[in-house]
Design a protein around this ligand. Structure first.
Ligand code: DX5
Ligand code: ZN
Length: 225
């Protein structure tokens, strides 16, 4: 069973992102980059052009999490950054009008496509999309900010998705959790079926981010046994 650890640089040193990313190279699988537009969520991170620069300078492939309105328009545009180093693009279900069509457009750029749901969105909206998707993302905090507490009550969604993915034999569909993932919470999320873990403050508030990434992976693997 494969576990993927994706440090989020939302709370890393924004003036030295390339070197912040280098601190976890060799330990992390991907860098999770949070794109916020100050509309879908009450926070702003990077413009498209700033994102392009960060992606180009990153030594690790990028897992993009778009917390923006008009995901049908922006999803494929961000996916076009594949040559620069975007590995996957995750859009929010709540920000789409034509989620199925947008998934197709994102995948047509050659990147993996994920769909995320906010804590208030029922997990059933993802059920009919699973065969089209490369990843589902269950938010375990209200999107917008790092450093919030893990919402354990979201684990029923993770369990449901995990059983649907297994029942349909979709071994290439990854199950990601994002928000409050730390040494104290990763085991629960892993035991419920998550296999791809975003961790922001747990990694970058530490003096030794690489060591935390390694320990997160160890705990996630052990919890699966
Ligand atoms: C929150 C973002 C997360 C954030 C996670 O909206 O999507 O990726 O960086 O940060 P932590 O791990 O601190 O909760
Ligand atoms: Zn995120």
């Amino acid at each position: 069973m494969t576990v993927r650890i994706c440090p989020s640089v939302l709370n890393a040193d924004q003036n030295h992102l390339a070197s912040e990313i280098e601190r976890v190279a060799g330990f992390a699988d991907f860098i999770h980059l949070d794109i916020m537009d100050d509309k879908f969520v009450p926070n702003f991170t990077y413009s498209f052009e700033q994102t392009r620069q960060i992606v180009m300078e990153s030594v690790l492939p990028i897992d993009l999490h778009l917390m923006v309105e008009q995901a049908d328009r922006w999803g494929p545009k961000y996916a076009s950054l594949k040559p620069e180093g975007v590995f996957s693009v995750t859009i929010h279900y709540e920000a789409t009008k034509d989620v199925a069509g947008t998934i197709d457009l994102i995948k047509a750029e050659g990147v993996r496509c994920g769909v995320a749901i906010k804590p208030s969105t029922p997990v059933e909206v993802l059920k009919g999309l699973l065969t089209k998707l490369d990843m589902v993302l269950v938010m375990t905090v209200e999107p917008g900010f790092g450093g919030q507490s893990f919402m354990g009550e979201m684990m029923t969604k993770v369990k449901d998705l995990s059983s649907w993915i297994s029942a349909e034999g979709l071994s290439q569909t990854w199950l990601q959790v994002d928000g409050g993932i730390a040494l104290s919470t990763i085991e629960e999320a892993s035991a419920c079926g998550a296999d791809t873990f975003v961790a922001g403050s747990a990694v970058y508030k530490s003096d030794n981010p690489a060591e935390i990434v390694a320990e997160l992976r160890k705990r996630a693997i052990e919890a699966r046994r």
